[in-house]
Design a protein. Sequence first.
Length: 236
Amino acid sequence: MTSPRANSDSISGKDPAPRLDRAAIARRAARDLVDGTTVNLGIGIPALCADFLPEGVELRYHAENGILGFEELSDPGEGDPNLMDAGGKFPKLVPGMAFFDSVESFNLIRGGHIDVTVLGALQVSRAGDLANWMIPKRGIGSIGGAMDLAENARRVVIAMEHNARGDIPKIVDECTFPLTAPGCVDEIVTDIAVIEVDRENSRLILRETAPGWSFDDVQARTAATLEVDREIVRMA
């Protein structure tokens, strides 16, 4: 089952129901994090996943600047300013944490030792290509460690708003922004949908929709064709 492509420039029409907020996006993305895995969380919505882990799930968090094994972040205004993750947050010290230089940190990433990375995105293509570091019209950006994480993590999850400002689709047939990495995304969690990326066959499979949203509603706000191969469920 498919629906016609939406216009790739902008979307018109009123939303059928409220969109999920940033915390709810992170909460849904966190549901797929598996107990005992090593996880790297990107800046923004991905970082919020740490606040919403399901009960009984414990992770080893990794930060590109050289930390492995932290579990929680300090509350705002607290924490050791000499102990900072790549996003400028302050992890709490716990037994077993390891500290090392960025060379060793990227050896971990490039060696395939990160089980999951949750990242934000500017665009994701039908084939799972990721662009998340520069908007061409602005002409500035820093690709940072996202390139290594997207290319080498065993699983890549994108947590983001479904549309950019002006209702411009962020899920597209082909990325027009500079790529972070090609064919890397496994799952997209947005404020209106959960989409599985079948990279091998360049397919986007709609798995879940936000309350009050239908397949057609999500398709109308997506610039790539979505498919369905089983019953769509509501995002919890």
